[in-house]
Design a protein around this ligand. Structure first.
Ligand SMILES: Nc1ncnc2c1ncn2[C@@H]1O[C@H](COP(=O)(O)OP(=O)(O)OP(=O)(O)O)[C@@H](O)[C@H]1O
Length: 480
């Protein structure tokens, strides 16, 4: 870069000499000539990235914004003394970027050095301003040796964009969307949103540790799988079916997934969707890096019985189900519409989406809806067993197994015997009202579990007696 600095110093002198030589030439022509001569002698290339490109009316250029984010996060920028900060909508914290005339020497690309500069120019007064009140023209300039031209353009700058997007995604305030009924739609408000601030995470999620690890690994593979999905020719999306009794943590798991991946959540209320066309429109409006959720899919729409009824031999029509459904698609939401939503052509738009269905009754769902490839992973959320309990005890009471086992060790066996949901166990562990300390909470839980077990035992005995009685009756009938 030493030679660039030499050139930078020489440019004004060159300019002066040229000025003498080109007296009478217009300013623009003169500048052009000066730059041409400088470029001819220099071994360095510079690329300018303006804040507003040709599409100025559409807002700031994506490239500029990505560079801004990339540089704000880059280790190379740590030495920069002059920074500026602004609050940008939909971000969690002020956005810090390098100030004008600052230089960042960036060695993060395989030994190639890039020099970044942030600059602002004020146009002369006769230029028409597109954004009244904002006459500035801001731009980034990146300088590098010309032998790296292809590498920089084809590899490094795309990497800058990708890294910049990741930084933006990280800083962004995530959102929870829900769909509006179509009679209230305009072109921009199919979805309403609020800030997504659910505290759930995989550390506090109480479940079988092996299953938890398996899910975390699956999510990691998905997150890093962009190239893999492209290689195998699959859209970059994954379907999870969460099933299990109420209160076992299905919604909590969704929040933990969204928090882990840093995604927005689209909570799709199918009962507000009139037909397949509306469903497709809603899908197109969702953004990448999102979790799309349909909770209680078995209750949302009568998808299951529609299809089963059509399969009954008594039906008059002989055409296949999908044809039947195609006919309905413009007026109704059908199973084939939902299947298309999950893995039709439209579902591949944008990529990087997780689609999650939850249900309390997996067996009632149409197999087509949950077959692998659509719902790639079926996750059973179960009652609270001992391993899950230890997590809840740590979350709610801040105690470990060593601290409670001596006094309340029977919890272990009770939880294996009794089906109690994590939501119910958690309720016992809340320090509320008279339950001021951990012992009081645990004692309450033990009592509840003992009672539940006693009820179960009584029921079991009752059933056994009934069984005995019916066998006796049978024997008597046979003896007669
Ligand atoms: N596995 C779990 N780990 C941690 N907390 C849990 C778990 N399951 C339930 N909870 C607690 O119980 C509350 C209710 O759980 P959640 O809504 O996630 O259950 P759900 O399975 O989605 O229930 P439903 O089927 O009724 O919608 C949560 O807010 C959370 O505090």
């Amino acid at each position: 870069m030493a030679s660039t600095q030499v050139w930078a110093a020489l440019l004004p002198i060159l300019g002066f000499i040229l000025g003498l030589m080109t007296r009478g030439m217009s300013h623009a022509k003169f500048k052009l000539l000066r730059n041409k001569i400088a470029a001819y002698f220099s071994s360095y290339i510079q690329i300018t990235i303006p804040e507003y490109g040709a599409e100025r009316f559409q807002g700031r250029s994506d490239f500029f914004v990505a560079i801004e984010a990339y540089l704000s996060d880059s280790n190379s920028a740590l030495g920069v003394r002059k920074l500026k900060a602004e609050v940008v909508s939909n971000t969690k914290k002020p956005q810090v970027s390098i100030d004008d005339e600052q230089e960042i020497i960036d060695n993060s690309f395989d030994g190639v050095t890039l020099w970044w500069y942030a600059q602002t120019e004020y146009p002369s007064s006769h230029i028409i301003i597109n954004h009244p009140g904002d006459e500035r023209r801001r731009f980034y300039r990146v300088v590098f040796h010309k032998k790296f031209r292809d590498d920089v353009i084809n590899t490094f700058l795309p990497r800058v964009i990708e890294n910049g997007h990741a930084v933006i995604a990280n800083n962004r305030q995530r959102r929870l969307f829900t769909n509006n009924p179509s009679n209230r739609w305009s072109s921009t408000n199919m979805w309403s949103h609020v800030a997504f601030q659910h505290p759930a995470n995989f550390t506090t999620l109480a479940m079988d540790p092996t299953l938890k690890e398996d899910i975390i690994n699956d999510l990691n593979a998905f997150e890093e799988g962009k190239d893999y999905y492209a290689e195998v020719g699959k859209a970059w999306k994954r379907g999870y079916l969460l099933f299990g009794p109420p209160g076992t943590g299905k919604s909590t798991m969704i929040a933990a997934i969204a928090n882990k991946l840093g995604y927005d959540v689209y909570d799709l209320e199918l009962t507000a969707v009139k037909n397949n066309t509306e469903l497709r429109k809603l899908f197109i409006e969702t953004k990448e890096k999102s979790v799309i959720v349909i909770e209680d899919i078995d209750c949302s729409v009568n998808l299951t019985s529609n299809r089963q009824n059509k399969r009954k031999p008594s039906r008059k029509k002989s055409s296949d189900d999908s044809d039947d459904e195609k006919d309905d698609g413009d007026t109704k939401l059908t199973l084939s519409g939902v299947l298309n939503f999950i893995d039709g052509l439209w579902s591949a738009c944008g990529g990087e989406r997780i689609i999650i269905f939850t249900t309390n009754n997996k067996d009632e769902l149409d197999p087509a809806l949950i077959r692998r490839g659509r719902m790639d992973k079926h996750i059973k959320m179960s009652y609270c067993r001992y391993d899950a309990f230890k997590v809840l005890a740590s979350n709610y009471l801040k105690i470990t197994e060593n601290q409670f086992f001596e006094k309340f060790g029977e919890i272990h066996q009770l939880l294996e015997d009794v089906d109690m949901s994590p939501a119910d166990v958690a309720e016992h562990l809340m320090r509320m009202g008279k339950k001021k300390d951990a012992d009081a909470c645990l004692q309450g839980l033990v009592d509840a579990l003992r009672n539940a077990k006693a009820d179960m035992d009584t029921k079991k005995k009752g059933k056994a007696k009934e069984g005995e009685r019916s066998t006796e009756n049978k024997d008597t009938v046979e003896a007669k």
